[in-house]
Design a binder for this molecule. Structure first.
Ligand code: URA
Length: 196
């Protein structure tokens, strides 16, 4: 079989998942979780979405955004004429926190280097953060209420990366005005990408 770039990335991503398990990253969370949820989608994409942490459905299936928030995310992707199979989707924290509590600062810090490694493997042009937990390391000291939907260019290695901070679909799902704001921001994403 021919060894393609895509296979190479898949191998690297699998090795990264194995490393997280072997090193016992966030062992306390690992103990109560069913699966490590490393991420899902196209490894040759320009666009990576980063959520907070797996919920119940994600933990059961080992895949990100497959519950109610994921359904809403799928709807917005479709409305923006983006296919889920064209993008990569992951979370800052890769294990489900018990009772879906917020991830702690220590948990986010423990997974941050692995998130960076994922981005080094994929090499996207745009990172779309969903909610403040995945935004805060890319854009420290910024407030999501003030910068949502606005592309921010940051230095990433020798290159630049555009961060588009969006509200989290789970937060916006049952909040009428947040919901509309998120949909509006989302529909603007193809324009932002086109301008890069
Ligand atoms: N919410 C998240 O932040 N991530 C998921 O994978 C599912 C729900």
């Amino acid at each position: 079989m021919r060894y393609t770039g895509h296979m190479n990335k898949a191998v690297l991503m699998q090795q990264l998942a194995d490393t997280i398990i072997d090193k016992g990253v966030c062992l306390e969370l690992a103990k109560t979780a069913t699966h490590l949820v490393i991420g899902d989608g196209n490894l040759n994409t320009d666009i990576v979405f980063i959520g907070e942490a797996p919920g119940k459905n994600e933990d059961e299936q080992g895949l990100p955004f497959v519950g109610a928030a994921g359904k809403f995310l799928n709807e917005m992707l479709a409305a923006a004429e983006m296919k889920r199979t064209d993008v990569y989707i992951t979370n800052i924290v890769k294990y489900r926190p018990p009772e879906n509590r917020d991830p702690t600062p220590d948990e986010k810090k423990a997974f941050w280097p692995y998130l960076l490694k994922q981005l080094q493997i994929i090499q996207p042009k745009v990172v779309i953060t969903l909610g403040r937990h995945s935004m805060e390391y890319f854009l420290p000291d910024m407030k999501i209420s003030q910068i949502h939907g606005q592309p921010k260019r940051i230095k990433f290695g020798d290159d630049y990366l555009v961060i588009v901070p969006l509200y989290h679909p789970a937060a916006a799902l049952y909040n009428g005005s947040l919901r509309q704001t998120l949909i509006d921001d989302f529909l603007n994403v193809p324009m932002i990408i086109k301008k890069l």
